[in-house]
Design a binder for this molecule. Structure first.
Ligand code: NAD
Length: 482
């Protein structure tokens, strides 16, 4: 009943791939087909790039207030289709319908409304100059055409983090979504299309990232890049799009650091949320729990209790609080990291393996592993699954050393009641965002979000006015009025 065809949206029209090729997108909870999707090639992406130029020009001719109204119109359309979007998120991405999918759609609505509002206050400057009789003004101007490439873990909200500010500022967009969540992208695009944007303003091109994504990134017809995904792909994009302004939002392995003066129940609640929300497939997930000897036992017990209280199953069911992993490569990596942690001396307190008989092979039990050593992959790399590795450190210095020993530096959570320790950790942890007494994944759409320097978590900052700034450039006009 739900299986339909998802086509490209180019220059205001729904189109098949020029080759006519298609691929299937699957429900990870039961392996059924969710939809047939246009398998585009480079020529489809090139058409979209040309259309986006036209779309950009049309958007530029509009006033900021008109583009702001378009953002609101998209938000209204997403609101009308809230149930459809949440349903497809649960069936194709795998997140629980009631506890997570609706929330993601609501964030997307807020994203369009906020971009539409903030762009109205993106004011320019009147700049004093030395030369008599000359006046100078400077203001923000859209860069042109943006290549926007997005992952499958938040397939509705992450695209909106780019699409809404690009549209508000007047950029045309070529959007390449992750193949395994093509249907989510298709339904979101239906909402955007219903809002009455100029033809070409936003173009959706489905297909393999290393073909259509690469074309969007490397083609000289795009002027800027917005990418969220893995450090590996981010590295390729940085090379292929060299010279273009780019936002790269890459991987994370957020520590949650629990100090000996913390409220342990609050810390355990937050750590469990950070580890198991979206089955751990979150860039800012609490991928490792760092603590010290005196509280370690109590924290491990509380976290294990919370992991065991999670109901794993088909995300469409009301009672389910954790769904399957999105695709087979994710679960294979989790297994590799858990095996490595155990081999190096970690002790599985709960979970540790796939759960069979739930409908597919892609369910992994919420897992707590105690006494994981710092050199384990669970500490040094991004696991991207429902695993809480506990790493016991000596003291505050050691906690900071181990926290900063990972390759990533995106987000962190620190639990303490002591203001000076909170400041020390806030300042010294290598992450773009440090949340005191909140999980690593606490964030609001307008807060600056991105990787720390020297880490493989990306460059630039997403969020509210920060994204608007990133997708525009300063344009200066001087007037000789003598
Ligand atoms: P991925 O890098 O495999 O894919 C991301 C997107 O890039 C997909 O749309 C894919 O089709 C496309 N792609 C693949 N190869 C490409 C190429 N050569 N050129 C252009 N595009 C290409 O990542 P994923 O597995 O979809 O997502 C998970 C990763 O994303 C994790 O590492 C996670 O931490 C990261 N992530 C980061 C943030 C953030 O804000 N920092 C948010 C969510 C996810």
């Amino acid at each position: 009943m739900h299986c339909k065809t998802y086509r490209n949206f180019i220059d205001g029209n729904w189109r098949d791939a020029l080759s006519g090729d298609q691929f299937e997108t699957l429900n990870p909870a039961d392996d059924t087909v969710v939809g047939h999707v246009a398998k585009s090639g480079r020529i489809d992406a090139q058409e979209a790039i040309r259309a986006a130029r036209k779309g950009h020009e049309a958007l530029q001719r509009m006033t900021v207030w008109e583009r702001s109204a378009l953002c609101d119109a998209v938000a209204d359309e997403v609101q009308k289709r809230r149930g459809d979007l949440a349903d497809i998120l649960a069936r194709e991405q795998g997140k629980p319908l009631l506890t997570e999918a609706y929330g993601e759609v609501d964030a997307a609505i807020t994203g369009f409304r906020e971009a539409g509002e903030l762009v109205k206050w993106m004011e320019g400057e009147y700049i004093p100059v030395e030369t008599p009789g000359v006046r100078a003004i400077s203001f923000r101007k859209a860069r042109g055409v943006y290549a926007v490439i997005t992952p499958w873990n938040f397939p509705v909200n992450i695209p909106v983090e780019y699409l809404a500010p690009c549209l508000a500022a007047g950029n045309g967009v070529v959007w390449v979504p992750a193949p395994t969540t093509s249907a989510c992208a298709g339904v979101l695009m239906e909402c955007i299309a219903a809002a009455g944007l100029p033809d070409g303003a936003i173009n959706l091109v489905h297909g393999p990232g290393d073909v259509v994504g690469d074309e969007a990134v490397s083609n000289l017809g795009t002027d800027g890049i917005g990418f969220t995904g893995s450090p590996l792909t981010g590295g390729k994009i940085a090379k292929r799009g060299a010279g273009k302004p780019m936002l790269l939002e890459l991987g994370g392995n957020g520590p949650v650091i629990v100090l000996d003066d913390a409220d342990l129940d609050k810390a355990a609640d937050a750590a469990a949320f950070g580890c198991f929300f979206n089955a751990g497939q979150v860039c800012a997930a609490s991928g490792r729990i760092l603590t010290t000897r005196s509280i370690h036992q109590a924290l491990a017990e509380k976290l294990t209790e919370r992991a065991r209280a999670i109901t794993v199953g088909n995300p469409i069911k009301d009672s389910v609080t954790m769904g399957p992993l999105n695709n087979p490569s994710v679960i294979a990596k989790i297994e590799e990291h858990v095996a490595d942690g155990v081999r190096l001396g970690g002790e599985v307190l709960t979970g540790g393996s796939r759960i069979k008989d739930l409908g597919s092979d892609q369910f992994f039990a919420p897992t707590v592993i105690d006494n994981v050593p710092g050199e384990a992959l669970l500490n040094t790399a991004e696991t991207f699954g429902p695993v809480a590795p506990i790493i016991v450190c000596e003291d505050d210095d050691d906690l900071i050393r181990v926290a900063n020993s990972a390759g990533h530096g995106l987000a962190a959570g620190v639990f303490t009641q002591d203001l000076s320790r909170a400041f020390r950790f806030g300042e010294e942890i290598a992450a773009g965002l440090v949340n005191i007494n909140n999980p690593s994944c606490y964030w609001e759409l307008h807060l600056p979000f991105g990787g720390a320097p020297g880490k493989s978590s990306g460059i630039g900052r997403l969020g509210g006015k920060h994204t608007l700034r990133a997708v525009t450039e300063a344009k200066t006009i001087t007037f000789n009025i003598q």
